[in-house]
Design a protein around this ligand. Structure first.
Ligand code: GCU
Length: 417
């Protein structure tokens, strides 16, 4: 059955590639020069962590904001939380579940989201937590019938969303494993923050900010990825109020488009102590300059509402982009980062994902941390578990139990759990 599904995915991907003129041939990746990590825009060499933090890091953050993801507005909006349910004997008694309604408001208009949490009942006391968005509603991550449908469900449940059934994505959420290993988990449907459709921008949190104009999008204005990243920081704000959560041990895990958003969130918000990008591909961990699989032009065409408008200048002009994704990963240092790939997920360019984790190394070295020591990819299922982690597993674009087990192993090491 799995082989059969794999074949179908492969065929569909091949058709997509043929249509979009995408390359899957490693021998056609031309030589490229990555932008400097440890040299500032005025040519100054960066040799220490102080210089990195005061000079180079802000420069790079600004470039990612102005050229790729858009600026996150400085002003905030009001967020309130309402506990909708609290069940101390969820998951056959081993966890407490909580559902919390977030209301985002600017005084005139508001939007809502629901956070679902499972917190292990053992050990008692504070526990580390994984934060992550789900794609098809909280109810899709579990068979627990008390889990509510997402507020945005009525908007996005249109043709194409007919598979939003309860439990449809349980395989992506290893709740039992997470709880058994002493971690809490907090998830929200990403559509609640910015429905993943350019036509629904008016229903996103972006529309609440003072400078929002429904007709005009400025060249460096944030769009969906920026909004998703912002939303995960609001989840952290809430977690910081929770007695059972150890707010020094917050990991973010994002898959695919959410792997892109997780890296951007991790770059901006230092409260994420571990940042995990699962199969995040173009605009996530993969190096743009390899132009392997999905490219800037293709992603901007298919998802015009993900990146800022300035990013379109680099369609077919990857060399002109002043940054590349190894620098995004480096922005997370000295916090821990883990990049994961799937062997058959060529669209996401597994080698490009690995290489950006590898090339982020020099910044981690400044902190004396353990990086990936070779640009040769590890074999399948041979994870690298330094301060930068990486694995490639067999199979297709997905989040599997194998992935979660590695993230838990990585968190065990770095959170001393
Ligand atoms: C598409 C898109 C990718 C993205 C993926 C996902 O395949 O091209 O960039 O990562 O969707 O989010 O599942």
């Amino acid at each position: 059955m799995r082989a059969y599904i794999g074949l179908i995915v492969w065929l569909v991907t091949m058709c997509l590639c043929a249509q979009q003129n995408v390359d899957y041939d490693e021998s056609k990746v031309s030589a490229y020069l990555l932008p400097y990590l440890l040299k500032s825009d005025n040519g100054e060499k960066i040799t220490g962590t102080d210089q990195w933090e005061k000079k180079r890091r802000p420069e790079l953050l600004e470039l990612f904001a102005s050229q790729v993801y858009g600026h996150t507005p400085a002003g905030n909006i009001n967020v309130t939380y309402e506990i909708l349910t609290e069940e101390p004997s969820a998951m056959k008694g081993k966890a407490t579940s909580k559902q919390v309604k977030f209301v985002f408001s600017n005084g005139k208009k508001s939007t809502e989201a629901i956070l679902l949490m499972y917190i292990p009942n053992q050990p008692a006391g504070k526990v580390p937590v994984f934060v992550g968005y789900n794609f098809k509603g909280n109810h899709s991550t579990t068979l627990d019938t008390t889990v509510l449908y997402s507020p945005v469900f009525h908007l996005v449940k249109e043709p194409g969303y007919s598979d939003w059934e309860r439990g449809i994505q349980t395989s992506r959420w290893s709740y039992d494993k997470i709880i058994d290993r002493g971690y809490a988990v907090a998830t929200m449907c990403y559509h609640d923050i910015f429905p993943d459709n350019p036509e629904l921008r008016d229903h996103s949190i972006v529309s609440l900010f003072p400078d929002y104009d429904p007709e005009i999008i400025d060249p460096d204005e944030w769009q969906a990825i920026g909004a998703w990243a912002w939303g995960s920081s609001r989840i952290v704000d809430f977690l910081e109020t929770q007695e059972r959560i150890d707010s020094n041990k917050i990991a973010i895990m994002g898959h695919s488009r959410q792997g892109k958003a997780a890296l951007w969130a991790g770059a901006q918000d230092e409260r994420f102590r571990i940042v995990i990008s699962n199969d995040s591909g173009c605009g996530g961990a993969a190096l743009f300059r390899r132009k392997f699989g999905e490219t800037i032009e293709v992603i901007n065409k298919n998802f015009p509402h993900w990146f800022c408008k300035n990013f379109r200048q680099y369609n077919n002009r990857e060399e002109a982009l002043p940054i590349d994704q190894h620098q995004l990963i480096a922005l997370i240092a000295p916090r821990k980062v883990y990049v994961a790939s799937a062997e058959e997920d060529l669209w996401a360019d597994p080698r490009g994902e690995f290489l950006s984790a590898y090339h982020a190394g020099p910044v981690y070295h400044l902190y004396g941390l353990k990086t990936i020591d070779s640009d040769k990819m590890p074999e399948l299922h041979k994870p690298i578990m330094g301060d930068i982690g990486y694995h490639i597993r067999a199979g297709v674009h997905d989040v599997t139990e194998y992935d979660w087990e590695r993230y838990l192993d990585f968190a065990d090491v770095h959170f001393d759990n």
